[in-house]
Every structure is written in structure tokens, then in C-alpha cells.
Design a protein around this ligand. Structure first.
Ligand code: NAD
Length: 404
């Protein structure tokens, strides 16, 4: 859903002034550049949507379908996501319209450096802090950091997060999205009665696989999993370690076999009998055509935008609690913020410190939103309550700055 469609849905629920609506409805800055690598040319963007709460923060996406509208929408969502866990950051996003699989490694490096040469004046530890997103990696962040430091002439590790540890990355960043989601899930389950431990994971990639491992270690049972090539289920629980090994060999989860294991279609997976459904793949996976068949009592959105608006209403009316993306997957940007803090102070934290800080951020956000949701007698669904909570935080900072 584009941010404009989203605003059309949420704004009527809030009594906002014209100035507040104007502040929310358009980005502060949209930068565009044409990047060259040899004879090839690529459109690239960096959007700073809101910096009311602090420097803008958001990843850089490399994908053939990247366009200004998409980057702007993603920058808007980042503004809300950073506010949910109360980070002192605004929202931004970047992207290059490119299929990185068609580039050699040296072309990829050249393109990444060209991005920083084009936008280097607009980013910085106190301005706008990029990070990885779809098809961008810690190695790409290291190239970008190096190019930025050449540009400014001094070390500046806080300009970018998601870096390898050797150049100022943070411990726990690799599992932060899933770990933050697990903390939110545990907090949610503690408020509900009779939620069992059977989990289905759609999208056994970085976030989904990590969530599966963390959940199994906490006594949950993964009864179904899928990737782009298919799905498997086992009522007594899948062997998650074995599934991870299979993925490590570039095979599909659907090639997994064992006693009681059934191969399913990707759509059957979403309808599997379970207690918790974790969409960790694509946008618009749960729609009006399958939401009615979802058996889970809780949906933990590790993916961005996996549930469409019509499906949301169906799930809410059926009593399913949807833990929305800007809360459920905010662990990633939260530990990115911790990376930025460590870079600025030069004091690097151990994993146990980071995990404790992350837990506190996620549990506080959940409990504040749950308080609003309950106080309003669940009048709005949990997603809308989360979005309104975060919009109010962005607007409070905008007010104090005299912007509305
Ligand atoms: P990834 O590429 O590592 O994993 C995605 C997985 O989804 C892959 O296993 C892929 O095969 C699978 N998939 C694709 N199409 C599918 C389909 N139709 N049915 C079932 N599975 C399908 O990506 P990731 O980093 O794990 O990100 C997954 C989602 O989480 C994305 O929406 C991303 O925006 C979101 N997210 C990730 C992070 C992070 O830190 N990794 C942070 C915030 C949000």
C-alpha cells in the first residue's frame, strides 16, 4: 500500500489540523541522480521524509522496480517505525533502479561508490543514515562507508549502519529483526489467553529462519515453513536445524522429507492449523481471498506490508491479533540505532547488553500500544492503534519545531 493510500485510511480516524496533515503528507526532501557504471546508467534516489525526531534513517534498496514513489513510501514508513520504539531518528530511504544480479562484483562496488558520490552531501551521522535493504549487504555498506570517508576526509562510521563488525558494525544486528519480533510476540502472548506454541513461518529467509531458530529455542514448535519454491508442514514439528542446513545448500524447504512431513502449496501453508503465523516474505501475502482461512490467533508481521487493508478487517473481526510490521520488525532499525550510538561514542557493547536494551525497547513499545488499544476498548484494530501512536509522536516533535 502506498503511503498516500494509507494516509487516506488513517487520517479520518484522527482529528488533525490542516498543517498537521500537510506535514505528514509530503517528504521533506527528494534527491534524484543518474548514476553511471561504464556505459550503463541507473536512476537513484535518496528521500528524507521526516527529520522532526532526528536524522533520517532508512535502507538503500537495489531492485529493478525501484522508483520515486516506492522510495518515498518506504521513507514515510521508516519515519513511523523509528518513532514506534522511540528512537531519536526520523525516516528516510534510498534506492537504485538496478538488477544487481546482472552486475559483476566490481560494477556493484562502482555503483555503490557512485551512489555516495551523488548523495554524499545529503547524508551524514547528523543528517541521514543509510543501511542495507533488499539486495544490499554489509559489504556494500563497507564500500559506501569508505567512499563517504574519502568524501569528508575523516572517519565517520556513524554515517551508515548494517556494516560488518570489522568496520564498526554492531553485535546482534544480524538477528535483530527476528529477535525484536520474538520479544513483541512474547509480550503479546502474555496478554492473551490460550495461545498455543505452534508456529507457521512464511518465507524461510534471513528474518524467517532466524525467527524459527529463536522460537524453537524458547519452546515453540514450527509446524510449517515456506520459501519461494514451496512449503512443508509437520504436525509434530519440523526439524528447524535441518531446514536451515537445507537452505544453506541453496535448496528449498519443500525438498525436506521425514516422518510426518507433508509438502504443501504456498497458499495452503497460510491456511495451516497453527497458533501463530509469521509472514516473513513479501508484501500482500494475506489478502481478502485467504484471510478468512487463517487459523492462527496471532500474526507477527516480520515482513513489511504482508497484510492488505481488506485482510486486516477480516482478521480483526475474527479476533486475530495482528502485530503490525512497524512494531514487529522494528528490532532491525532499533539495533541499527544502537550501532550508530556505539559509532558516535566509540564504546562498543557486548551482545547481552544489546539484547537487554532491545528487549526493553520492544516491550515498552508493545505495552504502551496495548494500553491504548485496551483503553479504547479495541475500537481500532491493533495496527491502526500502532500507526496512530507513532504518528502522534512524529507530530509532537513537528509541533515543538513549529512546523505545525
Ligand atoms: P530474504 O530474501 O532473506 O528472505 C525472504 C524469503 O521469502 C526467502 O526465503 C524467499 O524464498 C521467501 N519467499 C519469497 N517469495 C515467497 C512466497 N511467495 N512464499 C513464501 N516464501 C517466499 O529477506 P529477509 O531479509 O528475510 O526479509 C524478509 C521480509 O522481512 C521482507 O519483507 C523485509 O522487508 C522484511 N524485513 C527484513 C528485515 C531484516 O533485517 N532482514 C528488517 C525489516 C523488515
Amino acid at each position: 500500500m502506498s503511503y498516500k493510500q494509507f494516509l487516506d485510511k488513517v487520517l479520518p480516524l484522527m482529528s488533525l489540523s490542516e498543517k498537521e496533515v500537510a506535514v505528514l503528507s509530503s517528504p521533506e526532501h527528494v534527491h534524484h541522480a543518474k548514476l553511471s557504471v561504464g556505459d550503463k546508467k541507473f536512476d537513484a534516489w535518496r528521500v528524507q521524509y521526516s527529520r522532526a525526531r532526528g536524522p533520517s534513517k532508512g535502507g538503500i534498496r537495489y531492485h529493478p522496480e525501484v522508483n520515486e514513489e516506492e522510495v518515498t513510501s518506504l521513507a514515510f514508513w521508516m519515519s513511523l517505525k523509528c518513532a514506534v520504539t522511540d528512537l531519536p531518528l526520523g525516516g528516510g530511504k534510498g534506492g537504485i533502479s538496478v538488477n544487481p544480479k546482472e552486475l559483476s562484483v566490481s560494477e556493484l562496488e562502482e555503483l555503490s561508490r557512485a551512489y555516495i558520490r551523488a548523495f554524499g552531501d545529503f547524508i551524514g551521522p547528523n543528517k541521514d543514515i543509510p543501511a542495507p535493504d533488499v539486495y544490499t549487504t554489509p559489504q556494500i555498506m563497507a564500500w559506501m562507508l569508505d567512499e563517504y570517508e574519502k568524501h569528508v576526509g575523516h572517519h565517520a562510521p556513524g554515517v551508515i549502519t548494517g556494516k560488518p563488525l570489522e568496520v564498526g558494525g554492531s553485535k546482534v544486528r544480524g538477528i535483530a529483526t527476528a529477535l525484536g519480533g520474538v520479544y513483541v510476540l512474547e509480550a503479546a502472548i502474555s496478554k492473551l489467553s490460550n495461545v498455543g506454541k505452534r508456529v507457521v513461518i512464511q518465507g524461510f529467509g534471513n528474518a524467517g529462519m532466524t525467527a524459527a531458530k529463536l522460537l524453537v529455542a524458547r519452546g515453540f514448535v514450527v509446524v510449517g515453513a515456506s520459501d519461494s519454491r514451496g512449503a512443508v508442514a509437520c504436525a509434530s514439528g519440523l526439524d528447524v536445524e535441518a531446514l536451515c542446513l537445507l537452505k544453506g545448500e541453496k535448496k528449498s524447504v519443500s525438498e525436506f522429507s521425514g516422518e510426518g512431513v507433508k509438502v504443501l502449496s504456498n497458499s495452503e501453508l497460510l491456511e495451516l492449523d497453527c497458533d501463530i503465523l509469521v509472514p516473513a516474505a513479501l508484501e500482500d501475502s494475506i489478502t481478502e481471498s485467504n484471510a478468512g482461512a487463517v487459523k492462527a490467533k496471532v500474526v507477527l508481521e516480520l515482513a513489511n506490508g504482508p497484510t492488505n487493508a481488506a485482510a486486516d478487517d477480516i482478521l480483526h473481526n475474527a479476533g486475530v491479533l495482528v502485530l503490525p510490521d512497524i512494531l514487529a520488525n522494528a528490532g532491525g532499525v532499533t539495533v541499527s540505532c544502537f550501532e550508530w550510538v556505539q559509532n558516535r561514542s566509540g564504546d562498543y557493547w557486548e551482545s547481552d547488553v544489546i539484547e537487554a536494551k532491545l528487549r526493553k525497547k520492544m516491550e515498552t513499545a508493545f505495552s504502551e500500544i496495548w494500553g491504548l488499544y485496551s483503553a479504547a476498548d479495541k475500537k481500532h484494530d491493533f495496527r491502526m492503534t500502532t500507526y496512530m501512536y507513532s504518528i502522534k509522536k512524529v507530530l509532537a516533535a513537528s509541533h515543538l519545531r513549529g512546523k505545525c
